[in-house]
Design a binder for this molecule. Structure first.
Ligand code: TRP
Length: 365
């Protein structure tokens, strides 16, 4: 796992010490969440760019559902403005938003307990962007390693202003509801640093009456990185990802074509045998078992047997999600209603925060 393709972008630019520290902090937070879930407010979310896949499911969705079920107040942002960072027009946005929400519902996010909203529908959230932008320098914006990486991979001829400023907009996503916990992948750690900086500077500059914003913590997922069926980063655009919404047959076909190697005996050795090991890991995650045990069980039966095991494990695990998703997909009007209700709830929170910001800044006339 040493080629840039198989690693999240951040490991190239972020030190291992940063990540290790975030991991230790996350383990500590997990304990505190169990003790007092009511002290936390979570905000997390996704860009609506297509259907979610197993990498999302094991990397973040499952964790969100766990927090929600533990009683943590959870906000989920459908980041529809963020899609515009590297596209001229966000194509099929309505469809993508609905697809994303269907994936959330399939995975077990409960709109009664979690607030699902689109940030474009929250004027007060977006208004926070102006004072927040005044608190960061252009040099800081330019240094952001995740933004740099996105620019490097962008297909656009030029870089939009939104591209540079979206981490600050993301700070508004997080701070409008005063979230103190943000479950993210490693690539989002630099953005969370921006959020913490904005919160700290805002409080320093305007918080004479007491701090307005918390400095939220990142909660890193403990799930190991799942690769796509070709052994590179799992991504729908590479055709190597199993979507939650795929059928059992599509899943079987994709796994059948998965890359393996010439060694018959199946082992779990992520560094030496990334493709085989990722398949083993996938079966293990689906069955809530240890990958070593799955590999041992298959042993000399070889990659055909491995693929049969993985296909069955994935399809069994996803069956209830897929049927739930299909049910909700029949009722798009319900999905839209649910987003409107989430937006209404989130709007009330955003208005209240903006009022506080106005009071702190002395702009309440
Ligand atoms: N940047 C995230 C992504 O690309 C999506 C996102 C937008 C987000 N706002 C957020 C994630 C706030 C966490 C918190 O997937």
């Amino acid at each position: 796992m040493t080629t840039p393709d198989t690693l999240p972008a951040q490991t190239q630019t972020q030190t291992h010490a940063d990540v290790a520290m975030a991991q230790r902090r996350s383990a500590e937070l997990e304990l505190r969440i169990q003790e007092a879930p009511g002290r936390f407010r979570v905000l997390t979310g996704d860009r609506p760019t297509g259907r979610l896949h197993l990498g999302h499911y094991f990397g973040t969705l499952q964790g969100r559902v766990r927090l929600q079920d533990a009683g943590v107040d959870t906000y989920v942002v459908v980041a529809d403005y963020q899609v515009l960072t590297d596209r001229d027009v966000a194509q099929r946005l309505t469809e993508h938003v609905e697809d994303l929400v269907l994936d959330y519902l399939a995975a077990g996010i409960d709109p009664e307990r979690s607030t699902i909203f689109t940030h474009s529908a929250l004027p007060a959230l977006n208004q926070l962007l102006l004072p927040f932008l005044s608190l960061v320098s252009v040099a800081e914006l330019r240094r952001n390693p995740t933004v740099k990486d996105e620019i490097a991979h962008s297909r656009q001829a030029s870089v939009s202003g939104l591209m540079f400023t979206y981490p600050v907009h993301q700070a508004a996503d997080i701070l409008f509801c005063k979230a103190n916990l943000v479950p993210v992948g490693q690539d989002q750690l630099p953005h969370l640093e921006v959020t913490r900086t904005v919160a700290r500077r805002f409080n320093d500059r305007y918080g004479q009456g007491g701090p307005v914003f918390p400095e939220p913590d990142a909660l890193l997922s403990a799930a190991p990185l799942l690769l796509g069926t070709d052994g590179t980063k799992m991504s729908k655009s590479r055709g190597n990802a199993i979507a939650l919404a795929d059928t059992a047959d599509e899943t079987a076909r994709l796994i059948k074509g998965a890359k393996t190697d010439a060694v018959r005996r199946i082992t779990y050795d992520p560094a030496g045998r990334p493709e085989v090991s990722s398949l083993v890991l996938l079966a293990a995650l689906c069955q809530d078992r240890e990958p070593e045990e799955v590999a041992r069980e298959i042993g000399d039966a070889g990659s055909a047997a491995l693929k049969r095991t993985v296909t069955e494990a994935v399809n069994d695990r996803l069956a209830p999600l897929r049927s739930r998703r299909a049910q909700y997909a029949e009722d798009r009007a319900y999905v839209r209603k649910l987003v409107r209700a989430g937006n209404e709830r989130a709007n009330a929170v955003a208005e209240a925060t903006l009022e506080e910001v106005r009071a702190a800044m002395g702009t309440r006339y």
